[in-house]
Write a new protein. Structure first.
Length: 308
């Protein structure tokens, strides 16, 4: 008979490891081996969901008080940087410096170890943050976009730890988690995450929301509706037809139940391409590479929301 108590304890340890690694939450001391690291990477999307919800709250509250979509987007992205200790952004910058150094793998890894940031890192970091803010500001469903992007970023980290991808060096977080996640386990967690996102999109379409239209709008939008019928949205007015709020930009095209998981898949595809290049360049993955993959995936997912 399986030890339910032991299984529960192992799950809680994995969640604590994931939260302690990917957020600023204090979870106490966790004894980490590769088994715990494996379960922690599989629990990474859960940490991403919590981060996404927190950022969505910041985005929504900022929109309510300021009515400015761009400012709300800036504050939400800043909140994510704070809640993650800017860990993934730091990894992105280091990965860019390593790739752009043009040096052999060993020397490129030394470049990534340095505490300073080079020109490639600065440019990449600025561009990614700028794209994230603009894409989020253009999305009419900022909160859902944030949750999707954060979950997608952590799914990308999980896939970066899949079996068959070695660690680029023998120490650090990358060495602890590299190659720990089996493909079938990763596929299972990805499938569950996509189903959860599709369900969230379906609920958003059926339960109704609260729309806030910025004063800069000069025309009404008849496209929004709740379960009680269509509602015309006019500039400067608030329409309470549900439980959520975001600044409206342009009408969505397509069902949210497809857009949310579609954005996640687009993010994972982008991360796969970058991860393959990085693994070939460095001979494997590092903690910096995993952080960079997280930001690449999240940014690509947000771009989908800016388009659709």
């Amino acid at each position: 008979m399986p030890d339910d108590k032991g299984s529960t304890s192992g799950l809680l340890t994995a969640i604590r490891f994931a939260l302690g690694t990917f957020t600023i939450l204090r979870v106490g001391h966790v004894e980490v081996d590769r088994a715990v690291a494996r379960r922690g990477m599989l629990a990474a999307p859960l940490a991403g969901a919590l981060l996404g919800v927190a950022a969505a709250v910041v985005f929504t509250v900022a929109g309510l008080f300021t009515g400015e979509t761009l400012l709300s987007a800036v504050l939400a992205v800043a909140a994510l940087a704070l809640l993650t200790r800017a860990l993934h952004l730091d990894g992105l910058a280091d990965m860019a410096d390593g790739v752009g150094s043009g040096k052999p793998a060993a020397e490129a890894l030394d470049v990534m170890r340095r505490s300073d940031i080079g020109p490639f890192g600065v440019v990449t970091l600025c561009l990614v943050l700028l794209v994230q803010v603009i894409a989020l500001a253009r999305s009419e469903i900022g909160p859902l976009a944030l949750v999707t992007a954060c979950v997608t970023g952590r799914l990308a980290i999980m896939w970066g730890c899949r079996a068959g991808v070695p660690a680029a060096r023998p120490d650090g977080l990358g060495a602890m988690v590299a190659g720990t996640v089996g493909r079938w386990a990763a596929l299972g967690v990805t499938a569950l995450s996509l189903i959860a996102l599709a369900t969230l999109g379906l609920l958003a379409e059926t339960d109704g929301w609260t729309y806030v239209v910025n004063e800069s709008f000069d025309r009404s939008y008849p496209e929004a509706s709740s379960g009680e019928g269509a509602a015309f949205l006019e500039p400067g007015l608030k329409y309470s037809i549900g439980v959520f709020t975001w600044p409206l930009s342009v009408p969505m095209t397509g069902p949210l139940a497809l857009i949310l998981p579609g954005a996640a898949l687009a993010g994972l595809l982008a991360a796969w391409a970058v991860g393959r290049r990085a693994a070939n360049r460095f001979g494997g993955v590092t903690g910096d590479v995993l952080g960079g993959l997280c930001e690449v995936a999240a940014t690509a997912a947000l771009l989908v929301f800016a388009v659709f």
